[in-house]
Structure formats: structure tokens, C-alpha cells
Design a protein around this ligand. Structure first.
Ligand code: ZN
Length: 346
């Protein structure tokens, strides 16, 4: 039940009630009415217990202030986790005991790797726009979907998209989604733009270390009253100095792995496109700041370069890009197989 102060019952609210589909997995009914003068009451009849995540969005373009309520089911976490569970190869909850050492001579069976793919932009945030009219948000979604299909076709990998249609997802929510499914890797897909139309080539970014420390501090502050699992270490936030140190160590190790992943992907992208920069660059992208998930941002090509824009719209070329990213991920995973499920230290 939600009481919105200073909100009026209007046509937009009236329409809301019809927007819950009959087959909605979580919401049975939505009702709205004036509770008392100046207070609008929204009632969501739920089919299951949920853990809501609430955030606000500032006005953009034709949209005013928005209140967004994401309902995550309390029990079955999400389709991906359910898929992994059903697969039986990776029980989600493992006893908090060290894994037995593999028998000598027998290859260690790695668990399934979870790759979260993040199509950049979406909804009211179109991203960059090409001279021929392509929008970055559409290109990123198409390439991300192709990459997801390729990842899912691998026997030991599963992919999840942070968005699967044209809507806006705040950057922090994208990071949260990856952490929620205990992603092994996070790959954000973009298409660069520059004011010179001849700028060209692919590039790959990782988070920069200097920024990481302050982001880690900020992240820690947000989690002040809540113990959380970071990099397999259950942080007791009552000891702030220790927690900060553990978090910094985790972030530093994560950036190191992000750079390894980035190098592998960059090497493969160099087979299908010119490279804009020969090295993985580091910058303060908010979407890359998971302290415990190696994360990269791939600028597939320059949408602002008409020749590259044309290729970005070409199905074959999109597949080449997706295949290159997949090959890079596989090269990284071959050297760094998914770590065993973290064991909480109390
Ligand atoms: Zn972008």
C-alpha cells in the first residue's frame, strides 16, 4: 500500500489499473483512490511476497518526476537464478564449508558462468544518435540480444540482460541486477559518438582505480546499516575501517580482472574492427562500479561515423561484434574459471 501525498486522482492514475496484465507473475490487482484530501492511495494486491526497490527519476524530455517501484519476488529470485537452479549444475545455496579438493588427475569441474549483458541507454535516454538516424539505445539492445543468444548456446555459460526492451534502467539498478544474480562478469554494450565524424574504431573501458576508492566509500556509506557479501567476505559494517579496507581490496582485485577481461575482448574486437585505442582505457563509468564483479564497457564502434553507423546496422556485422565479445569472454574464462560460490566468513 502506497500513500502519495500531494498527488491527485487523475486520468493517468485511472489508467494504471488496467495496466496489470492478467498473467502478471507478481501483481494480482492494482487499485487507486483518494484516501483523504491531498493523499492518493495505491494498493497493489500481490500474488507473492516481494522485496521492493524504490527510486525516483528526474524529469527528462517529455517525462516529469517519476517514482519507480521494482518488485522483486522474495522467494524465487529471478528467471536466471531459477534457470541455474533447474539446471542442477549450480545449487544456489551451498553449505558454508570449504569445497573438497578435486581428486588428483581429475579435471576440476567449473560451475556455470553467469554473464550479465547491459545494453546501454534505453527509453527516454536514446544515447548517441548517428547521422543516418540510428539511435544508440536500439543498436546496443540488438547487439546485446545477439550476444546473449551466443552466450546461452555455450554449455557452461548463461546470460542475463539488464533490459530486454526499450526502457530506461538507472545505472545503479544495472549494477544491482548484476550483483543480485551473483554475476561472474558484466559487459555493458555501447556505440560511441564524437563530434568529428571520422573518429572510428572499437574501444573497451574498465573502472579507474582513483575513482574506485571514492565509489567504494560511497557504496559503503549506503550500506551503512546492512551487512553485505562482498567478494565472498561477509562484511560487518560495524567495523568501518576493516570494512573499507576489505572493500578497497575487493575493488582493486576486481579492476585487475576487469582489465584482463577487457584486454581479451579488445584483442578479439581487433579482428573485426579497427581499434580506437590499443589498450583498455579506464574511466569513472558508474555502471562499472560493482566492487566484486569484473565489469567492462565496450564501445563497439562510432555511431557518429557514417561508415561505422551503417555497419552497426548490418546483421552480419552485429554478429561479428557479438562473436568477438564472446570469444574474449571465453578467453578470459579459460584462464580464470568462475570462482566457487563464496563462503561467508563471520
Ligand atoms: Zn553509450
Amino acid at each position: 500500500m502506497l500513500d502519495l501525498e500531494g498527488a491527485d486522482y487523475g486520468p493517468a492514475i485511472a489508467e494504471l489499473q488496467g495496466k496489470v496484465a492478467a498473467g502478471d507473475p507478481y501483481i494480482d490487482k492494482l487499485r487507486a483512490g483518494r484516501n483523504r484530501p491531498g493523499v492518493l492511495r495505491l494498493v497493489l494486491d500481490l500474488k507473492t511476497e516481494v522485496k521492493p526497490q524504490v527510486f525516483t527519476l528526474k524529469p527528462v524530455g517529455e517525462y516529469g518526476h517519476r517514482l519507480v517501484i521494482d518488485l522483486y519476488p522474495l522467494v524465487a529470485p529471478d528467471p536466471l537464478a531459477a534457470l541455474i537452479e533447474a539446471d542442477g549444475r549450480e545449487p544456489r545455496k551451498e553449505p558454508a564449508a570449504p569445497a573438497p579438493a578435486p581428486a588428483p588427475g581429475k579435471p576440476k569441474v567449473a560451475r556455470m558462468a553467469t554473464i550479465v549483458i547491459d545494453p546501454g541507454h534505453g527509453g527516454e535516454d536514446p544515447g548517441a544518435r548517428g547521422r543516418l538516424g540510428s539511435r544508440e539505445k536500439d543498436i546496443t539492445l540488438t547487439i546485446a540480444k545477439r550476444l546473449k543468444a551466443l552466450v546461452d548456446a555455450e554449455p557452461d555459460m548463461r546470460a542475463l540482460l539488464t533490459r530486454d526492451a526499450d526502457y530506461y534502467v538507472p545505472l545503479q539498478v544495472r549494477v544491482d541486477k548484476a550483483r543480485r544474480v551473483k554475476a561472474d562478469l558484466f559487459v555493458s554494450v555501447h556505440a560511441d559518438a564524437f563530434n568529428r565524424p571520422n573518429a572510428r574504431g572499437s574501444s573497451v573501458f574498465a573502472l579507474s582505480e582513483r575513482r574506485a576508492t571514492s565509489e567504494a566509500a560511497r557504496w559503503l556509506a549506503k550500506k551503512e546499516n546492512e551487512a553485505d557479501l562482498v567478494g565472498g567476505v561477509n562484511i560487518d559494517v560495524k567495523d568501518k575501517y576493516l570494512a573499507q579496507t576489505l572493500l578497497d581490496l575487493s575493488q582493486t582485485a576486481t579492476i585487475d580482472h576487469s582489465l584482463r577481461l577487457g584486454n581479451a575482448v579488445l584483442g578479439e574486437l581487433g579482428q573485426v574492427n579497427t581499434l580506437h585505442k590499443a589498450r583498455v582505457e579506464q574511466a569513472s563509468f558508474a555502471v562499472l562500479k560493482s566492487p566484486d564483479v569484473p565489469s567492462i564497457l565496450v564501445e563497439t564502434a562510432f555511431i557518429s561515423n557514417p561508415a561505422e553507423e551503417k555497419r552497426l546496422n548490418d546483421e552480419d556485422y552485429q554478429n561479428h561484434l557479438a562473436l568477438a565479445i564472446l570469444a574474449g569472454i571465453k578467453r578470459y574464462l579459460a584462464k580464470h574459471p568462475p570462482r566457487p560460490s563464496p563462503v561467508a566468513l563471520n
